[in-house]
Design a protein. Structure first.
Length: 580
């Protein structure tokens, strides 16, 4: 039988397209919008970033014009409890400018004061660094109980070891992670590839960028959009590739890109990387959103090697077989069948895409059927699949922003700053909400990275958003309606201490929802590692936990409205009522 995936592969491999711009877009019209449901949405987002103390600007290239692609992509952010006090702290990446490094251009670490405010502890923590930062992933690579940071850059990626005393040390050189050539580091993720309890590092590069040789705006067909001269790329520039570094267990890593098969994948414009068990096999695969080329899915062969299966699995292209400008990736279980689905963001005049997992690691594009095809106006970046209103149905939140600030003056229908979007899960489809989800959603910015987590410990999901050449947004979620919730924190023993790659299935009210512990997702960002399940009217949930080591544990009738800490092999070791 000839399947759709076979047709997609033929489309992708057979022949070439003639493109008139550097970024892929399908130039499609939005699907018709249905009648509004009229149902009250019980989540409201308010930007409290300035009041919380997050006032430093995220510098990233020019403000009114961007002459090179490196100024456009932006960077990510992380929620990380670096001091293990039970409250999420904030790590924000930053870029610089082509003209030079402004004094205020640096990554920043903010400590959570537990009262809705944060204190800048960047210098005290040893994390001040200026450059073109891209992505951050979080994980405890040395299993000492303190989450570490890996940050990708144009130039040299950096591994920061958390010293457990409020400070970090750059251990890139001693860990064996220096590379002689200059790379444009992009997506990264810690991942326990072979069930040995050690976190390896997967990382990618976007493209080969040399400011001395880059074409000028308008110089060729890849440097024009809608007839307007813009920065060039990614098409027309040499694509990047993927790398895998094995953890040796002694604080060092070995480049295993060739041996693992990761290096065999076609070079691509790689962006966000996510590691999760998409097949229910107990072994993590790695998905990479790719810009203007087919996205990549590395299947774990369970022997230390991977095989790239994006086209065959149905997650490389759109449903009509077209390359898309893949940027951000959200992973979650939108239809409550116990399998991890994928939501990927794209460029303007295209839809974001929702791939439904059939349970064996093969996916179907259900974008139109799910009601997501109604939105094609904006460039999408960070995204998350979370139950925003605690009604038991996972929703989708995505942030947007153009890459061309100079276009708006000529074509006002393509503004540079655009709103965030909530796709509310109605059970059988999604409904787009903007103003109805609060002022923090409706506000227009040119946003990039977005991290999700409960920064104020009040039992809902908030969002931290990078805005280019503006301070970040901290979107506090205030939920009404009385829906119950449950948070689950996993602590590995035989598995890696961060339990990255762990999968939890919550069963409540006849529903089954799967969630995974991820090191990176959204766009170049890292979320709260505590898994959050909205339960609706249900006061308890049954949990099935699949640890990265392969161990399975079952917990029954876990009470709602609590954070439970589960230690591998020991069950629930701590229960907390969060009060904000």
């Amino acid at each position: 039988m000839f399947h759709r995936r076979d047709w997609l592969k033929l489309v992708a491999l057979g022949g070439s397209r003639t493109w008139a711009q550097g970024i892929s877009t399908r130039s499609i019209k939005p699907a018709p919008r249905g009648k509004p449901s009229g149902l009250l949405f019980h989540a409201r987002f308010t930007d409290v970033g300035a009041a919380a103390g997050l006032r430093a600007t995220t510098i990233y290239g020019g403000v009114e014009k961007k002459n090179a692609i490196i100024e456009t992509t932006g960077c990510g952010a992380a929620f990380i409890d670096y001091d293990n006090d039970g409250w999420l702290d904030i790590f924000l990446l930053c870029g610089t400018t082509l003209e030079g490094d402004p004094k205020e251009a640096t990554n920043r670490l903010y400590h959570n004061n537990r009262d809705g405010t944060f204190t800048d502890v960047t210098d005290k923590a040893g994390l001040r660094l200026t450059g073109w930062a891209s992505a951050v992933c979080v994980g405890d690579y040395n299993n000492d109980g303190h989450d570490d940071l890996f940050v990708t850059y144009w130039g040299q990626n950096v591994l920061y070891r958390n010293n457990g005393n409020g400070t970090f040390t750059d251990v890139t050189k001693q860990a064996g992670l220096l590379h002689p050539e200059r790379r444009w580091g992009s997506g990264c993720t810690f991942v326990e590839t072979n069930r040995n309890g050690l976190l390896d590092i997967f990382t990618a590069s976007y493209l080969d960028f040399d400011p001395a040789t880059i074409p000028k705006p308008g110089e060729n067909s890849n440097c024009s959009w809608k007839g307007i001269p813009v920065n060039c790329g990614p098409r027309g520039l040499p694509p990047g590739r993927c790398y895998l570094y094995r953890n040796n267990g002694d604080g060092t890593f070995t480049d295993s890109s060739e041996r693992s098969g990761i290096a065999k994948a076609a070079r691509s414009y790689c962006m966000t990387a996510v590691a999760a068990d998409f097949r229910g096999s107990g072994w993590p695969d790695i998905y990479v959103a790719c810009d203007s080329k087919p996205s990549l899915l590395f299947r774990n062969n369970r022997d230390g090697t991977f095989t790239e299966m994006g086209l065959a699995s149905g997650v490389a292209l759109s449903d009509d077989g077209v390359e898309q400008a893949g940027m951000g990736v959200a992973v979650g279980d939108v239809n409550l069948d116990g399998h991890l689905d994928i939501f990927k963001t794209h460029f303007a005049e295209d839809t974001s895409v929702l791939y439904r997992n059939d349970g064996t690691g093969f996916f179907d594009d259900i974008t139109i059927h799910a009601g997501l095809g109604v939105e094609t106006r904006y460039v999408g970046w960070g995204a998350g699949i979370f139950d925003l209103d605690n009604d038991g149905l996972p929703d989708i939140l995505t942030v947007t922003g153009s890459v061309y600030p100079e276009v708006e003056a000529v074509l006002p229908q393509f503004p540079y700053k655009t709103p965030r979007i909530v796709f509310r899960n109605l059970g059988d489809k999604f409904e787009e909400l903007i103003e109805q989800a609060g002022s923090g959603i409706a506000a227009a910015h040119s946003s990039r990275g977005c991290a999700f987590g409960d920064f104020d410990n009040d039992g809902d999901i908030d969002a931290l958003v990078i805005n280019l050449n503006e301070p970040p947004s901290l979107l506090r979620n205030d939920v009404t309606g009385g829906g119950h919730w449950l948070k689950v924190k996993l602590v590995g023993v035989k598995s890696n201490r961060s339990a990255i790659g762990g999968l939890v299935k919550a069963r409540y009210g006849g529903k089954t929802q799967a969630q995974a512990v991820l090191s990176q997702s959204s766009f170049y960002s890292a979320n709260d590692p505590r898994l959050h399940f909205g339960l609706g009217a249900e006061a308890t949930a049954d949990l099935e936990i699949r640890w990265p080591s392969g161990l399975r544990e079952n917990l029954t009738k876990v009470p709602a409205d609590r954070l439970v800490t589960v230690r591998e092999g020991a069950g629930i070791v701590k229960t907390e009522r969060l009060s904000g």
